[in-house]
Ligand binder design. Sequence first.
Ligand code: 5GP
Length: 205
Amino acid sequence: MKGKLFVVSGPSGVGKNTLLNTIIDRCKTVQYSVSATSRPIRPGEVDGKSYYFVSRARFEELIASDALLEYAEYVGNYYGTPLQPIREAIENGVDVVMDVEVVGALKIKKRLPDDAVLVFVTAPSFDVIRKRLIHRGDVAPGLMEERLERARWECSQAVNYDYIVVNDDITRASEELRAIMLAEKCKTMERIHLIKEELSCSTPQ
Ligand code: 5GP
């Protein structure tokens, strides 16, 4: 059985990172896709674990050599998914969780429609997202309108996703994400090979 790619997106302020950390802690067999980025490292981040931190020039080499499954520019920095670990995971039956913004997520779905499952994480309302962004205090006041506009646009793209997880309560949201992952693994197309010999039998009288 091939591995699945669970591509998770959502605007800043919905608690996506906490949700992903909870799932990664809980599902030991799931692999986290470490992205490459040209943005500077933040305190507490670890190169090779949080991201592969590279220069813009190195990132452009990765693009030119087709080493990325997808990439996008987000608030002035490049972000992209290294292709080789994803290929290996799919072939080896390992499920992968990926944190990818909307543009990149839609590229993945287009490139690997049978392997990718798109999950959009949001809050109970846009007002909650607005309040969380303002209270986080890590957005410069002059940039707040731009960030809110981006978040609003990201929410408008949720119609293109396979699932929406509402993060009102982290325990409930991680149950929802876990349920999606389990259900995807139980889909008929994933399991029909188990009963392939019986498929050709005739209907009993
Ligand atoms: P941050 O700089 O806060 O870690 O991430 C900013 C945005 O980049 C987030 O929305 C995150 O989902 C997105 N992101 C992280 N890795 C990737 C990636 O490999 N590809 C794309 N397209 N977006 C990514």
